[in-house]
Design a protein around this ligand. Structure first.
Ligand code: GLV
Length: 352
């Protein structure tokens, strides 16, 4: 029997590539429009024979998080989940590993547009452009009195929290604006990867940066990584930019740090409880806000869809994914080294 590929969400740009999967598999969509009905549909067997799921970030509005409950409810035939997005915090990878389901994401495809968005927010927050952009639209030109002068990026220290694909892309762009780059990762990078950026401990990055950019994934270790204690360690008047995931920052603590002047200005593309935004952020004129637009360009959305489809194709043709998420890629290395568990893919994630 031909396997099925289940589409959760929509393919809007790479439709030709999507349709080219038809000879390999039956492309199906769920009837359900909410989580309860979707779980029901899975349990009734309507989606049996689905081997691969293609899902989008927005499909969470229908299914809710791909947490243990949902992963357990999926048909036993599901072996691959191809997520269209770099951040895959909507998926419980551990639950997937325990069920032998492999997960892919779209690294690299998002690097340029997300780093561009971070650069836009860095410049906007440094120059405090949110205030005059508002007064102009209100018919008040620069406002009365005019806003305080902003700051130039040249010569400022940019602390990149998470020098991965997006962080490194941002580094090159920020260097073109004359910024000095320091970074913190769990482990110091080799020189070719760091590209001259100086490694700093977490505490040192907090203390030395004029601007801090968040470029780490959200997981149990990084949730609220920046809260009251961390804001206290930062320079007075620090600028903060987040294009990663909102919950890396404790939004309540951020509002307090803005109100006290510890943080002078902020650029945000992501929030703790999207689409809800802390009222203290909306009310503060020193905050530039975007509604999660980091990858919102024709080129990047197309590249992300193409990458996700390439993973679906690889699953169908080769039985493996091209962009396995790091947690599972690490387990694969362990498996290849002979640490394969009796039960196949069930490998402790602590190996990472
Ligand atoms: O937020 C965007 C992504 O995770 O790709």
């Amino acid at each position: 029997m031909r396997p099925k590929v289940l589409l959760l969400g929509r393919v809007e740009h790479a439709t030709e590539s999507w349709n080219s999967l038809s000879p390999l598999a039956e492309l199906v969509e769920p009837r359900a429009r909410n989580r309860t009905d979707f779980i029901d549909e899975c349990r009734k067997g309507t989606l049996d024979d689905v081997l691969v799921i293609y899902r989008t970030f927005e499909s969470v509005d229908m299914t809710g998080r791909l947490d243990e409950e949902l992963v357990t409810a999926l048909p036993a035939s599901v072996k691959f989940i191809c997520h269209n997005g770099a951040g895959y915090d909507q998926i419980d990878v551990h639950a997937c590993s325990n069920r032998g389901v492999k997960v892919s994401n779209t690294p690299d495809a998002v690097n340029d547009s997300t780093a561009d968005t971070a650069m836009f927010l860095i410049l906007g927050a440094l120059r405090r452009l949110n205030v005059p952009m508002t007064t102009l639209r209100e018919g008040n030109w620069r406002g009365h009195p005019p806003p305080p002068l902003g700051h130039d990026p040249q010569g400022k220290t940019l602390g990149i929290l998470g020098l991965g694909g997006i962080g490194r892309n941002l580094k090159s762009k920020a260097e073109a604006f004359g910024m000095r780059i320091i970074y913190h990762n769990r482990k110091e990078l080799s020189e070719p990867l760091a590209g001259g950026a100086e490694y700093a401990t977490f505490e040192s990055l907090l203390a030395r940066s004029d601007i801090i950019s968040i470029n780490i994934p959200l997981n149990a270790d990084t949730r609220h990584m920046l809260s009251t204690r961390e804001f206290e360690q930062m320079k007075h008047g620090v600028v903060l930019v987040n294009t990663a995931r909102g919950a890396v920052i404790d939004e309540g603590a951020l509002v307090e740090a803005l109100d006290s002047g510890k943080v002078s200005s902020v650029g945000l593309d992501v929030y703790e409880a999207e689409p809800d935004i802390h009222p203290g952020l909306k009310a503060n004129p020193n905050v530039m806000l975007l509604p999660h637009m980091g990858t919102w360009s024709v080129e990047t959305q197309t590249a992300m869809e193409e990458k996700t489809i390439a993973n679906v194709r690889s699953a169908l043709e080769k039985g493996s994914l091209r962009d396995v998420v790091p947690e599972q890629a690490c387990c694969e290395i362990q498996l290849a080294r002979g640490k394969r568990s009796e039960t196949g893919y069930v490998v402790p994630l602590t190996c990472c």
